[in-house]
Write a protein that binds this ligand. Sequence first.
Ligand SMILES: [Zn+2]
Length: 464
Amino acid sequence: MKPSCLNKNRGWLLFIIALTLLTPQALLAATPKNIILYIGDGMASTQRRVAEEVYKRRLAMNTLPVVGLYTTYSEDSIITDSAAAATAMATGHKTENSVISMDAEGEIAYETIAEAARRLGKSVGLLTTTRITHATPASFGSHTESRGDENNIAIQLLDSDFDVLMGGGRQNFVPKGTNKSRRWDNRNLLSDFRKKGYEILQDRDALKSLQIQKNTRVLGLFSDSHMPYYLDRTEEIPSLAEMTRVAVKILSQNPKGFFLMVEGGRIDHAAHGNAPAGTMGDLLEFDNAVAVGIEFSKSAPSTLLLVGGDHETGGMGMGIGGGYFMKPEVIKKVTRSEFGMGYGEIMKDPDLAYDVLKKYAGIEKLKPEEKKLLEVAIQHIKDGKGLKSPNKTYNPSWLGYTFSNILSQRSRIGWTSYAHTGHPVMLTAGGPGSETFMGFYDNTDVGLKMAALWGVSLKSWKVE
Ligand SMILES: [Zn+2]
């Protein structure tokens, strides 16, 4: 009686159709085709909130429906560095500070979610405003005992066969002896990438005029080292939003989907300098790149968007001293980063400092205590100690340091450290599977949750 099996199958068929008709989302929810992971380096909830007050709007990242929070400690410290933090988010494993996607002994390599995406036949992209070989992007595409080994990381990125790699850091891709090269060998990785069929992009025009075809692969290197702060960008260097738009266009051609990591890498650097304007400028740029992902997800609903940080930097505080008020408008007026203002011509003629503050921060009249701070800085430069500020590591120019101080005081933004802190980090999420990112968990869970949504278990292997 042939008809019965037909009836049985027809029953199943109807059930499936009903389900899809009833709640298509329910069916798609668990397995996103694409994942875009945004990492604001050094960005936690305070940085997000200050930016909303400075720019007087809801940030795109804070419009995503799901909110989570995670701890960031590493294997050897309550306070992580970016290498151990990104390793946890990319592989689901803890390691020691400065180690890249390996165990602390450097014997076992941990597969990253980006490598697993490749294994699934998906396309993969990594974007950053730091060097593309720096700790965060490196943790998604390479394995090494030391984050400092950027020459080697550049080679591993070549071997990764990822489809899109864009950021700064040309210095690790050109042979030693070449202008600005930081390689210790004669390897010309630009030509190695070209031989593998990559388009090499080195400025904004090249990015804008890129002809995207089915198998387009891109290596974009837009500066020798880190890209300039957003407030200091010049015309020929693209924004993170422009890089994201092109990356998504390339990667979304793959019917199996893609994984894209987008890092706002220099929020951290500015926060290390306790520089509020620089921090906010790069955070704004990062949020513009998030807005590109949200726009894309409207036409590609099977896209999971995750926006988090790797750790908090600077111990940023909203409000200082005794007062119940802040002045975020002070930061909104600033058109150049504190670092950009504190270097260049001004180091030859430090008395320009007053004009620089007027020109780029709109500060016409200084308070007596501010005048004193500036005179000390100017004198240090005249004494040849211009790069020995109290924040020697991250904000060595006495003028950059002093501008950061004046703007922090005036805007009522406080700082507890020149380094990272152990604050838990906020994550917002939207799209299929985003509900699994609700709650309070650990940074290793970020990697594990992504892998679970794709039904993959991340591997590890002994390094010979
Ligand atoms: Zn940092």
